[in-house]
Write a protein that binds this ligand. Structure first.
Ligand code: NAD
Length: 490
């Protein structure tokens, strides 16, 4: 007998234990060659004082087995508790979140019977770094961090996913018209990497219209690759318009560990009542079976699930009076699938997973070192005045040395020189200092590099004269290209 694949399993909270029991029952009856190693995570562990919701020995199990099937957990509100999902994704480098959604019309209500979309979401970076500050009385800040290696890896993964799953088109969604450096990096890498995949149709959409189209015409999309926050939002939109978020499974893929789960949460409102639909977790488990090379078992379960759905055997969340045939509980739904193992759907196309497909491996990104030159500094100042000219004259009188005030912006809009009186000003001012020669020209680099010593000298004198510095941001050029944005109206 073939050696069993060891999988770490967490029953989770709320409906977690019920849907996990149903899923394992189906896997066992389908002949999945798996040994289950159970760990505790979630509410109970949080309450024992582990603020991450997981004990140290549980990490060992996940890392040794490399495959983790996880039921949803409840994150207690407040109290310094961290989201375990975010912790696991980051700690284990699960960089790709793959969320397929497919309409099940006419058996599950949807406006889009032809919807069949996969969202590939970057899973570690972006605003999810959780680096946030209150900087002044009126202004707080969150940092959006996007890296070359992180973007390269997810974009390549999405192209490779298209190839290995017979998908024809990849759409990149971002907001590079506004976030020219962060989202600009993402779309420019997409264009560059895309040249290596001429067999895949490629398209870039601004995220706002992209999300609107996903909600209104999802059938025109195939696979979408995007950053963490956008991906979080659009994957829920697509899952919801496909019929129900309760049906979706998701894979979180890393170089050595992968985690499989349902999209939905622990649904405490229906916990312990045998009401929950186990389909989301089952779809996650089917992705896991394909991942560990048990394609035939995955196929058998998927086809039995489709047959159960098309026969109108539905849990309460998808049951429609007059359309569905039988309303069942969680465990009865699992039994209906088990009874149909080996059968093929009649309405839906039979699913086949290509065997022998290798897991997608992305080569490590090789950083291209660029020459970095310091060209000035943005000094962020907490100032309670209202007239930007007054702040400017204070700064101009104060600053000696080679760094001179060039512009002041407030929430990104230029307010000095040439303030428009309608522009609202908060107490958070960005004051840009550069080494100004007679002919300063940002675009053609006709201005002098500066030393960090001159930046420190400037800080020291501003501080001595009572300027309240919140933070500074160095202005660099990389290989002669501006590495910072201009203020609006600069
Ligand atoms: P939820 O997804 O748990 O529930 C939203 C609604 O959908 C509820 O009405 C619920 O009854 C219903 N629902 C969800 N799954 C269902 C299923 N399988 N069958 C039938 N109905 C289902 O979202 P929530 O209420 O916002 O969150 C509850 C808890 O889950 C929170 O503590 C949250 O932090 C956590 N959560 C965990 C995960 C995870 O572990 N991956 C994901 C999201 C939310």
């Amino acid at each position: 007998m073939l050696t069993k694949t060891k999988v770490t399993v967490a029953n989770g909270d709320g409906i977690g234990p019920e849907i996990m029991a149903a899923v394992i029952n189906i896997l066992e009856n389908a002949g999945a060659n798996i040994e289950y190693e159970f760990i505790d995570i979630g509410e109970k562990v949080y309450k024992e004082g582990f603020t991450s919701g997981i004990r140290p020995e549980a990490w060992d199990s996940i890392r040794q087995n490399g495959v983790f099937l996880k039921a949803p957990i409840t994150t207690p509100q407040g109290g310094g508790y961290k989201s375990l999902n975010v912790t696991i994704r980051k700690a284990l480098g699960l960089f790709a979140n793959v969320r397929p959604s497919k309409a099940m019309a006419p058996f599950i209500k949807t406006h889009y019977p032809n919807l069949d979309v996969v969202i590939v979401r970057e899973n570690e970076e972006d605003l999810y770094a959780g680096i946030e500050y209150r900087q002044t009385n009126d202004v707080v800040q969150g940092l959006k961090l996007i890296s070359y290696p992180g973007s390269d890896r997810i974009i390549r993964y999405a192209f490779e996913y298209c190839r290995s799953n017979g998908r024809k088109k990849l759409t990149c969604m971002a907001k590079d018209n506004i976030m020219k450096i962060t989202d600009g990096l993402f779309t420019s890498l997409f264009k560059e990497i895309g040249k290596e995949y001429p067999d895949i149709d490629q398209d870039i959409k601004i995220i706002d219209i992209g999300a609107a189209l996903l909600a209104e015409r999802p059938e025109v999309f195939d696979v979408v690759v995007t950053q963490n926050l956008y991906g979080d939002i659009i994957s829920d939109i697509v899952a919801q318009v496909s019929g129900s978020v309760g049906l979706g499974g998701s894979a979180n893929i890393g170089p050595t560990v992968s985690m499989f789960e349902a999209i939905h949460g622990s649904a405490p409102d229906i916990a312990g009542r045998n009401l929950a639909n186990p389909s989301g977790l089952l779809n996650g488990a089917i992705m896991m079976l394909v991942h560990i090379g048990q394609h035939k078992i995955a196929e058998k379960i998927m086809n039995a699930w489709l047959k159960t759905i098309e026969e109108g055997i539905h849990t309460g969340d998808i049951f429609v009076e007059g359309k569905s045939k039988q309303r069942v509980g969680t465990q009865e739904f699992a039994s209906a699938i088990i009874e149909r193992l080996g059968q093929k759907p009649e309405h839906f196309a039979t699913v086949e997973y290509a065997e022998g497909g290798k897991p997608i491996v992305i080569a490590e990104y090789i950083s291209k070192p660029a020459v970095k030159t310091l060209m000035g500094v943005d000094v962020f100042v907490d100032w309670k005045g209202k007239d930007p000219d007054e702040l400017a004259s204070k700064l101009i009188q104060t600053a000696s040395g080679i760094l001179k005030l060039k512009i002041i912006t407030n929430r990104g809009a230029k307010v000095y020189p040439g303030n428009m009186e309608e522009t609202f000003c908060s107490d958070h001012w960005r004051c840009r200092f550069v080494a100004q020669d007679a002919n300063v020209d940002y675009e053609t680099l006709h201005y002098r590099p500066v030393s960090y010593t001159s930046v420190m000298a400037l800080m020291s004198i501003l501080h001595d004269r009572g300027i309240d510095i919140i933070k500074t941001e160095n202005l660099y050029y990389f290989d002669g290209e501006r590495g910072f944005t201009l203020g609006q109206g600069e």
